[in-house]
Design a protein. Sequence first.
Length: 90
Amino acid sequence: MPSTTVPATRTAPAPDASDDSPWWRHAMVWVVIAGPLAVVLASFVTIGIAWRNIDPVISDASATGPQPGVPSGSAAPAQQARNHAATPQK
């Protein structure tokens, strides 16, 4: 069996010089652009959802009016939660 010799170094193939198409014709460009573009679009959707569903700000617990079982005062919600945790309703 004759022995064949393999060259020690191999060179990479030369790039195809006939590809003179514009940058937007290459699919890899759109793959690279699609990721950041999707994130920007998702952030605008999130901003839109947050803007349409703004929660009202309640500055004081007494602003909603008297509620049964809730003591009046500035610590009313905290006090109600503490009392509920200590003695839950049955």
